[in-house]
Design a binder for this molecule. Structure first.
Ligand code: HEC
Ligand code: HEC
Length: 338
């Protein structure tokens, strides 16, 4: 079909639609009108028989029925004059789906906007401690996030758990907000940075990775894998396999797995690589809703107080902004570094 740049039908297809609509409506009227002249012999059968028993009588259409049909024809003509329907003709009311949607969004914004905006002035930890904000955030989460992260935010393979203290991209208010606003893309290249690794070597390096977190592993394979790791994997996962939150490289030494702790799944990860996208919500939801959702996610239990999660004394990092009771008990613990 041909459309012009405002999405209207043009050329042949416009004409095609106009002709079909006009012929249907007018044809219907003409057909009804012709019925006025049909000759009937009330009480007699026409000779049409169905199913060997059903016979058709030669009776005219009941009047109420005929007038109802006339009414629908007139209604269609009035409708087509007022609303779009005749090809690219817009109708007298100039109604569009887009226009109605925009008007409804504007009305909703005027009604609910202030409710969302009131929290925008507060910092994330204060918002996270507010029961009303938590409910609103929870509803937003069910609408926009639950299909991937699960209704309880517990995640599923490839979609991270958001309730624990284990973060791919960081669990401070700033980092979570950045994740929601811009989206994230987790990319692991097939076979790491050593593309000539064969199936045996892949298995070896996987066994080494398993040994890092105490999973069952073959010690001989793990020993061989250990020699492959620095060259093939350390560029992203770090020399000790502890990952890097600035780039979304997971820690391989903890017990939290985005995919699975099964050997087969790890071999698949290394062999085929992974590509995993968190969509960006900044433009779609707007700042106020992203703020609420950030507070909701932060308050689920894994929120980290200060950026960056400093290595030795993370627990002592003092956050001046939020009063102590504003921090959910769970989150007040230092997030276990993955
Ligand atoms: C289409 C599926 C999808 C939807 C919808 C989705 N996410 Fe995600 N999200 C992901 C994936 C996949 C990742 C992991 C990205 C990666 O592997 O680096 C992720 C990562 C995250 C992270 C980072 C977790 C970490 O460990 O650092 C947060 C926070 C998050 N999502 C919150 C949300 C919120 C809040 C919503 C709703 C507004 C949402 N997500 C909607 C797929 C989704
Ligand atoms: C280019 C950077 C990069 C290299 C090199 C790399 N990885 Fe990864 N790896 C990632 C990213 C990013 C993810 C997370 C993918 C996602 O977000 O879905 C990941 C995920 C994994 C996982 C799954 C973790 C989980 O929680 O389920 C395993 C296992 C893994 N890598 C092992 C390896 C091994 C072994 C090597 C070396 C052969 C390696 N990686 C090399 C970036 C890399």
């Amino acid at each position: 079909m041909d459309f012009n740049n405002t999405g209207d039908l043009v050329g042949f297809w416009n004409l095609f639609v106009v002709v079909i609509v006009a012929v249907s409506v007018i044809g219907c009227g003409v057909f009804l009108w012709m019925q006025d002249f049909a000759k009937h012999k009330p009480g007699e059968v026409t000779g049409h028989v169905w199913d060997e028993t059903l016979e058709e009588y030669s009776n005219p259409l009941p009047n109420w029925w005929r007038w109802m049909f006339y009414f629908t024809v007139v209604f269609s003509l009035v409708y087509l004059a007022l609303y779009p329907g005749m090809g690219s003709y817009k109708g007298q009311f100039d109604w569009t789906m887009r226009g109605q949607y925009d008007a409804e969004m504007k009305a909703a914004d005027a009604q609910y906007g202030p409710k969302f905006n009131q929290f925008l002035k507060q910092d994330i930890m204060t918002v996270a401690a507010n029961p009303e904000a938590k409910q609103m955030g929870g509803r937003l989460f069910q609408t926009y996030c639950a299909q991937c992260h699960g209704g309880d935010a517990g995640g599923q393979p490839s979609f991270p758990n958001l309730k624990d203290g284990d973060w791919l991209w960081g669990g401070t208010p700033e980092k979570i907000k950045e994740t929601l606003t811009q989206g994230r893309m987790g990319i692991m290249t097939p076979k790491g940075t050593k593309p000539d690794m064969d199936a045996e070597q892949t298995k070896d390096v996987v066994h080494f990775v398993r040994s890092l977190s105490g999973l069952s592993s073959d010690s001989i394979r793990a020993q061989r894998g250990k020699e492959l790791f620095p060259q093939a994997c350390a560029a992203c996962h770090g020399p000790e396999g502890k990952g890097n939150q600035d780039a979304g490289y997971p820690n391989l030494t903890d017990k939290v797995w985005l995919y699975s702790s099964q050997e087969a799944s790890m071999i698949e990860t290394v062999t085929k690589g992974r590509q995993n996208q968190m969509p960006a919500f900044g433009d779609f939801l707007g700042e106020a809703k992203v703020h609420l959702l950030t507070a909701y996610v932060w308050g689920l239990g894994g929120g980290v107080k200060a950026a960056p999660p400093a290595p030795p004394a993370a627990a002592e990092v003092v956050v001046p902004v939020a009063p102590a009771e504003a921090v959910p008990a769970e989150a007040a613990k230092p997030a276990e570094k993955k």
